[in-house]
Write a new protein. Structure first.
Length: 131
């Protein structure tokens, strides 16, 4: 199942259009992000994809009711250097240990972004939009 999630998110994230990314998102949600291996596969794929709609999707996932989605979101935002201070703080305060753990890396490695840094990000289509 982890390889299916990785493949769906990687493929969906490499094609233009929100529908392509949504396809990967639907597969991940159908299989579920409750397993550590599946969360790692999802995060690994999302760390690689160049999709223009990735940042809004990650911002939405960061406040999702599913703790697996929140954990993946903060991990990927941190990896890309796009985690905002308030997102790191929310992860630290999250009642779920997966989310807390995922937020540790960006908080301790200094990869927390401010909005200006996010605007200058090397992936122009992943700029912070205030979403």
């Amino acid at each position: 199942d982890a390889t299916r999630v990785f493949a769906a998110l990687l493929l969906g994230g490499c094609f233009l259009g929100r529908d392509a990314l949504a396809m990967g998102e639907r597969v991940a949600r159908k299989i579920g992000l409750g397993d550590a291996e599946i969360r790692a596969a999802a995060a690994g794929a999302l760390e690689l994809v160049p999709h223009r709609e990735l940042l809004p999707m990650l911002r939405a996932w960061s406040t999702d009711a599913d703790p697996g989605a929140r954990a993946v979101a903060i991990q990927v935002l941190g990896y890309r250097g796009l985690a905002l201070p308030e997102e790191i703080l929310a992860a630290a305060r999250d009642p779920n240990p997966w989310v807390k753990a995922a937020g540790l890396h960006p908080a301790t490695e200094g990869v927390v972004a401010d909005p200006e840094q996010a605007r200058r990000h090397r992936y122009p289509h992943l700029r912070h939009t205030g979403a």
